[in-house]
Design a protein around this ligand. Structure first.
Ligand SMILES: Cc1ncc(COP(=O)(O)O)c(C=O)c1O
Length: 382
């Protein structure tokens, strides 16, 4: 009976979420795509144009990725069979890591099952000593932008540092970040600054040139310096002339870059790109890498193809098309008087939809008409 009481309280919580209209479990099931139209889906037998996917370049339907995935599955099988250090490491995993390192101009990269897993591990490992024998102490000051992604928040939670070692600065307020670094100089062995590159809600991005300059300025004030970790999941393969993301757009370089393969790169998985010391240490300490399967060999092969494709003429053309789609979207949405929540130049274009109960926007029929007239021009990319 007591267990039934627990289940009842779980059901009550779900009912509370439903009545607050914030449910996420009523998922729309996509049953297919219209051939050669990566943004046209079938849901419940009806055709929809999706504007809310993160497959920014439409790469998940790219023939060369599908073929690479197929060939690798034929050769290695459909799953890794074990975690990396046992027998789940394939040459295609390593090749992908080398391609990512080259793409981001870093010494090495390490692939995880997701960027969420990459963030959890990178933040935990780089802010917390691993065991009583570890040579890395946990006297780290972690400083985080207040609107960082949930995986960063959870990574900091997991590290379980005392409250004076995990400080938050107001969103984009780099003066506040500098003040924190100044006020805490010499109190901690090192400081780690963590931020999203592109923020997923408004499509705005952190000024990495300024952020890195601040980190460099205070580097000598901490015995082991000031390290920056940037999660640019929405920037890589989506933002910047060559798809290098926020680093390219805001002219700054992170010490540790976290990316996903599951958005612009059109496949699945996450990664960290950094110098050799960081990557070697993560391979020895990152629990979500050591004790959890990596991506399948097929996914690794498709992702490797995606990374290489980005620097080809095809990749460059897709990036240009994406950029012009963003321009077109911004111009046209302005003409029909839809209010935007930010002036983003990134493919994330947040529309203020008003009161969903009253269906304020859709009742006007504006969005449907707009989508009908522009979906053909916009298709091909997100
Ligand atoms: C900023 C940011 N970081 C990390 C993630 C997690 O990426 P993944 O799906 O590869 O776990 C997301 C995904 O929504 C994201 O938006």
């Amino acid at each position: 009976m007591s267990k039934q009481k627990f289940f009842k309280s779980l059901a009550a919580e779900v009912a509370r979420i439903d009545s607050a209209h914030s449910t996420k479990r009523q998922e729309k099931l996509i049953s297919g795509f219209i051939k050669d139209k990566p943004t046209q889906t079938i849901i419940d037998g009806n055709k929809y144009t999706i504007f809310n996917s993160n497959d920014y370049l439409g790469l998940r339907h790219n023939r060369s990725l599908i073929e690479a995935e197929h060939e690798a599955s034929e050769r290695y099988g459909t799953g890794p069979g074990a975690v990396r250090f046992i027998s789940g490491s394939f040459d295609i995993h390593r090749q992908l890591e080398k391609s990512l390192a080259k793409f981001h101009n870093r010494e090495d990269a390490i692939v995880f099952s997701s960027a969420f897993a990459a963030n959890l591990a990178a933040i935990f490992s780089l802010s917390k000593g691993q065991s009583k024998d570890s040579l890395v102490d946990n006297n780290t000051l972690v400083i985080s932008d207040e609107l960082n992604h949930r995986s960063i928040i959870d990574g900091i939670r997991l590290a379980n540092l005392p409250s004076e070692q995990k400080l938050v600065f107001p969103h984009f307020d780099l003066a506040a970040l500098e003040e924190i670094l100044a006020n805490n100089a010499s109190r901690f062995t090192r400081s780690v600054i963590i931020s999203d590159g592109v923020f997923s809600m408004l499509g705005e991005y952190q000024d990495l040139q300024k952020l890195q300059a601040i980190a460099d300025m205070y580097d000598k004030e901490y015995e082991q310096g000031v390290l920056t970790i940037i999660d640019d999941c929405h920037g890589v393969a989506a933002f910047g002339k060559t798809g290098r993301g926020t680093e390219e757009v805001s002219l700054g370089t992170a010490d540790v870059l976290v990316g996903t393969l599951g958005k612009g790169f059109g496949t699945d998985g996450g990664y960290v790109a950094a110098n050799q010391a960081v990557i070697d240490y993560l391979r020895e300490s990152a629990a979500t890498y050591i004790y959890s399967n990596s991506i399948t060999p097929g996914t690794a092969a498709a992702a490797n193809q995606a990374v290489n494709l980005l620097d080809s003429t095809e990749g460059q053309a897709l990036l240009q098309k994406l950029e012009s789609n963003v321009q077109l979207f911004k111009e046209e949405i302005k003409k029909i008087g839809i209010e935007m929540a930010s002036d983003s130049i990134h493919p994330i274009q947040p529309i203020l939809i008003g009161d969903t109960e009253k269906n304020e926007i859709t009742n006007k029929g504006i969005i449907q008409a707009w989508i009908l007239s522009y979906s053909n021009q916009l298709s091909g990319c997100a």
